[in-house]
Write a protein that binds this ligand. Sequence first.
Ligand code: GTP
Ligand code: SPV
Ligand code: MN
Length: 602
Amino acid sequence: MEFNVPLAQWTKNRLLIQWIEEQIALCQPSSVHLCDGSAEEYDRIAHQMTAAGVLVPLKKRPASYWCHTNPDDVARVEESTFICSKHAEDAGPQNHWRDPAEMKKKLLSLFARCMRGRTMYVIPYCMGPLASSYSRVGVEITDSPYVVLNMKIMTRMGQVALDHLGDQPFIPGLHSVGHPLSKGEKDTLWPCNPKERVIAHFPEEKSIYSFGSGYGGNALLGKKCLALRIASVLGKNEGWLAEHMMILGLTHPAGQKIYIAAAFPSACGKTNLAMLTPTLPGWKVECVGDDIAWMHIGDDGRLYAINPEAGFFGVAPGTSMKTNPNAMRTIEHDTLFTNTALTPDKDVWWEGIGSPPPAHLTSWLGVMWDPASRKPAAHPNSRFTVSAKQCPIASPAMEDPCGVPIAAILFGGRRNRVMPLVLESFSWNHGVMLGASLTSETTAAAKGKTGELRHDPFAMLPFCGYNMGDYFSHWLAMGRRLQKAHAPRIYSVNWFRTGDDGKFLWPGFGDNVRVLKWIFERVTDRCEAGLSPIGHLPMMGSIDLSNLNIPIEPLFELHQKEWMNEVQELQRFFESFGSRFPKALMDELHQLEQRINRWQDD
Ligand code: GTP
Ligand code: SPV
Ligand code: MN
């Protein structure tokens, strides 16, 4: 076997050496590349992929590349994602469960000789700042050079991760595109194997196996697989939280700063909120993270969050100088673009970029785009991969090993009706119910129909590695441990209410700072709120609407009938967790129901 460096020289970690040797014997690659995470390594692989025609260098953006995928490999595939706990009840009704022994058997046959004719890359990576005791090291073995480039941007990868690991155990992740090459066979631009796709997690042994897809959360194992599905199990066992949340710092014009975490389902606005450019003068937003938060209770009893990632894997469509200028500046150089459109002068384009499509555009399918086709030129789930350091408003706290103290937690989804623009919970437990109640329209971030309303509690439906009934109990338990004075306040927000014409009622993006301002004033005890059956609402005039000419009332319209239906539907959903659903949360729902019933009499 040909190695770029001798294995024993690369690491002294016995467990790691043994695991790598076993995977080589199983997958039988033609060579092995042990990653060091250097810029030279990144450039070398990018050049090889360019020579092979997989990457197209961009003329307008230094050190940036465009690529497009197989049309059957464009998003996460939830129906092929499995939690393989010993007992099915531990995976819970919201997960696809497989018996671990049976799944192992299937995986062994899938992975056997699956890397023939390919290079096996070994990627050690650290999730979380290198200096943080909260960080975790994973090692991903993959036959996809695209994965190597993405992992370099998204994580602290290579020698630094090996140094952090030392001789300790790590979280192993085995990944293959599932497309071995026979002698002389020419590779395709985007090898994958959609018929045999499996993304399997073993929460008890803390391992990950992913086969058949090269895209996003299916293949970049540090992200959803480790930092959410496996980490959620670690968090439950060890008393912390692994969440699908962005983290931002918000500074008042007078200088006081708070940190906010927000859970929105995939493609529902985390990246945009995390990089917000305030439309209110004097306010400042800094980005700590755009997708994942690991939250621990600090010695002072407050909840502290770190962002385990080092980069953004952000949705391209809709990103423009108007909606998200900070993202646009972030991706001016050193960025990978996947499944956007490509302009004839070698730049990227997507729907909602803020300029009309140029002539002779290459679509995400790699062919000349036909505007008359009425199909988008960029895939709706096309993405950019870029280092968080390039963000003009990147917070220095991104590297803080202790994380940032969270003052408020937001839950939000795409709801065209029912949910008001913003709502404050009465208590921690009521807030946990708001999280558990999160319902949102499906988006292109996962395979399947879009625009369908589904329950996505805590925006974690596809990402919780164990029974969500237990997950709700864990959140309640965290609330008991957080001293009341220190517990973050919990809010529900909704940027996506529509009017009768189907258009969004709220301008969103930079104007979301108006809602953040109210939250700031609430958590710093600067303003009173009004009482409603569903929670505290802003008083008339307390959402700052200066320089914004829209009616605010429709954003807070509540209809008793709609809310009775909402409660009934939530009751049905909560009951689907059976005895694992915490009674305290069902009590919260019943109290809500009573308040709504009484509302009629008021
Ligand atoms: P994941 O990376 O999939 O977890 O998504 P995300 O939650 O980070 O979503 P992102 O911020 O990338 O937004 C997804 C889509 O929603 C983009 O097309 C945005 O333009 C759009 N969007 C984000 N914020 C707003 C908003 O405030 N209002 C409206 N109308 N659209 C928004
Ligand atoms: C999501 O789907 O929530 C994402 C993109 O952040 S992926 O990495 O593909 O999961
Ligand atoms: Mn996400």
